[in-house]
Structure formats: structure tokens, C-alpha cells
Write a protein that binds this ligand. Sequence first.
Ligand SMILES: Nc1ncnc2c1ncn2[C@@H]1O[C@H](COP(=O)(O)OP(=O)(O)OP(=O)(O)O)[C@@H](O)[C@H]1O
Ligand SMILES: [Mg+2]
Length: 240
Amino acid sequence: MLTIRHLDVFRGRTHVLRDVSLEIGRGEIVALIGANGAGKTTTLRTVSGLLPARNGEISFAPREGGEVLDLTRTPAEAIVAAGVCHCPEGRGVFSRLSVHENLLMGAYLRDDRQDIRRDMEQVCAMFPILAARRNQPAGNLSGGEQMMLAIGRALMGRPRLLILDEPSLGLAPLVVEAIFQHLARINREGVTILLVEQNAVVALELAHRAYVLENGRVVMSGESAALAGDDNIRKAYLGG
Ligand SMILES: Nc1ncnc2c1ncn2[C@@H]1O[C@H](COP(=O)(O)OP(=O)(O)OP(=O)(O)O)[C@@H](O)[C@H]1O
Ligand SMILES: [Mg+2]
């Protein structure tokens, strides 16, 4: 579904991503793990069209056998419309807008009002807390609830590929577990997922496959279970 080939990205004068290549198959959950500053957010922001690529290509095939877009040459709003929805680092909820208004922002590019209403009902069924707080400012929600809101907002864009930047950050372990169970369910219902995490333990539990990013380069990749059993990975990312 998504193929990144030989991607180089600069931020200012800093060469952040170096020759990054990775693939995500339809229906997969793929994790990108790596330390602080490895280039994980830069990768996601480039996929979403928020940062330019210096070299390389990112091909995205929303439908099996359908058209293929080069996301390095596609404006961000067209990337969303093609079905790539981004849950950003730090969640990015609009704290003074209500929960309901935040969810509607996820459907900003859509005009199918009936379907939007139905998707709103589905998101509220998945996250009942969002329904209960629909008229409250999003800033009043707890961190875990804001994460659910950010995921719900992304689902309102009807993603084919959902990308998440550190969904576990700053949340208590039980809350992380609940969020990751939701992600597993969203995946079973047909959404492909690209997940960025510093928390390699939870990421490798959820993902089918993973890539390890170090200093802007992919240094390792494979099935999650194999990576979780690898001595170097255990020492560097799983606490021994
Ligand atoms: N706006 C910016 N301008 C210049 N350099 C930046 C900018 N944002 C990030 N960088 C640099 O790019 C590199 C990769 O940053 P990035 O945010 O992609 O890493 P990350 O893997 O997401 O890290 P973290 O785990 O801290 O979120 C870092 O060296 C960082 O200092
Ligand atoms: Mg980051």
C-alpha cells in the first residue's frame, strides 16, 4: 500500500533522513521505532506532505489495483483526501473547540453528510467517553481521552492508512493498553496502520512488522516477534 524508496529529508541544513526505504502492506500494522531524534516524526510528516523530500519517492496505492500517488508530489490536503490520516505527536486537539467540533474537523474535506453522521455515530460507539463529553471543550479532557479524540478525529477522515506519532506518550500503562486495543480493532476492521513509538515494548506487541530507525537510517527490520527476540534490540530498546 505504501512504499518509501531512498528517501532523504532535510530540516533546515540538517540532513535528517538518509536513504530511508520501507514498505507497508495492505492490512498490516507496521511500527517504526527509534530513540529521541532518530527521525520518526520527520518520516511521518513527509508521508503526510507536511515536509518536502529532497530525494526519493513515496508511493501510495489507496485501493488494490487502483491509482498510485507519489506523495512527495501531492499536496497535504490531497493526501488526506486519498485516505492518509495523521494522528500527530502531542495529539494536536483544538483545546477550545468542543469534542464534537474536533471530530467534525476530521471530516473537513468531506461533503457526504449522511456518511459523516454515520461515521460520527461509529466513533462515539467506539469511544463512549467522547459521546458523553461531546459539548465540552477538548482541553478539559484527560490525556488518554484526548488521545481517543485524536484517533476519533483521524477516523472521521475515513483513513485507509492511519498514521500515529507516539500514541503512548505521557499516558499511564493501563490507558496505553486500552488505546492499543482500540488500534488492534481498527486494524481488524480494515485500516492499515503505521505507528511510530519510542515505547518499543508496546509497539512490538501490536505491530506485525517493524523498522528500527537510528540517526535517520533504517538499521534493522523484520517481524515484530523476531525483533523482540533480538539481543541488540532487547539491549537498546527493550530494557535488556
Ligand atoms: N524544525 C526543525 N528544524 C531543524 N531540525 C529539526 C526540526 N525538527 C526536528 N529537527 C531535527 O531532526 C531530527 C529528527 O527529529 P524528529 O522529530 O524527526 O525525531 P523523532 O524520532 O520524532 O524524535 P522524538 O522521539 O524526540 O519525537 C533531530 O535531530 C531534530 O533535532
Ligand atoms: Mg517525534
